[in-house]
Design a protein around this ligand. Structure first.
Ligand code: F6R
Length: 240
């Protein structure tokens, strides 16, 4: 696991975007694993900018998102489907059929998980972008998720719901469940790029960098992956 410390969020987003765009230049039909949340927004803005300057194209790029809330319609303003379209897909030349986001619609959620998992098992993710939860979650793999877990329905911890309350009008509105790639799916990616910014991530980054590998802290498994780059800003690095 290689850790790159940068000054601030702007630098983090810029460096991350260079890594993603270098891949897209080398491999225009690359498969990306994508994250939502606040952290990758700057990265996505830089990618949009590079697309507008004709430096990269998403025409042949395939994407697989990490997760989606349950109990929110696909077109809800806080669904991850809406997030990805608003923050990236609507602004680049990606083909809608190359976009994969777990679907939590319909009654048979187990079937939705199996379908997404089979798709992931047929794909090879060249680069997986990750954020990290303050409790060490990656995707929505909350503490004590088995390391061999594949796509599943997770009950979100109160900590995660409270962390994500900022996107909703009240805590009551934050979904209790989500569908997420499992840790095993994430570890199958050829390369992983984890981004963390701000003081609220400092404790998690300290545990990631200095702690043991344990299911109590899901991101710790990344130390076993051969190709992980962690980019953190000064605030996220403040406890190491
Ligand atoms: C998002 C995801 C989560 C977030 C994490 C950090 O798709 O899977 O693991 O990356 O909760 O979220 P932010 O970036 O909002 O701090």
């Amino acid at each position: 696991m290689k850790v790159i410390k940068v000054k601030n969020y702007q630098q983090l987003s810029e460096i991350a975007s260079v890594m993603v765009s270098d891949l897209l230049v080398l491999k225009p039909d690359a498969t990306l694993g994508l994250a939502t949340g606040s952290t990758p927004i700057g990265l996505y803005q830089h990618l949009i900018n590079k697309y507008q300057k004709h430096k990269i194209s998403f025409k042949n790029v395939k994407t697989y998102n990490l997760d989606e809330y349950c109990d929110l319609p696909k077109n809800h303003q806080e669904s991850y489907y809406t997030f990805m379209h608003k923050n990236l897909f609507d602004h680049v030349d990606i083909n809608e059929e190359n976009i994969h986001i777990p679907s939590s619609e319909g009654d048979d959620l187990e079937k939705r998980c199996e379908e997404y998992n089979s798709m992931l098992n047929r794909a090879t993710i060249d680069l997986q972008v990750l954020g990290i939860g303050s409790n060490g979650h990656i995707g929505f793999n909350e503490p004590n998720t088995p390391f061999d877990q594949e796509t599943f329905i997770v009950k979100l911890t109160e900590k995660t719901r409270i962390d994500n309350q900022r996107f909703f009008n009240s805590l009551d509105e934050v979904p209790h469940y989500a569908i997420t790639m499992g840790i095993k799916n994430i570890m199958n990616a050829k390369q992983i790029l984890l981004l963390a910014s701000g003081k609220s991530k400092a404790e998690a980054i300290k545990t990631l960098v200095t702690g043991e590998i344990t299911e109590k802290f899901p991101a710790s498994i990344l130390k076993k992956h051969p190709n992980v780059i962690v980019i953190i800003d000064e605030e996220a690095a403040s406890l190491i």
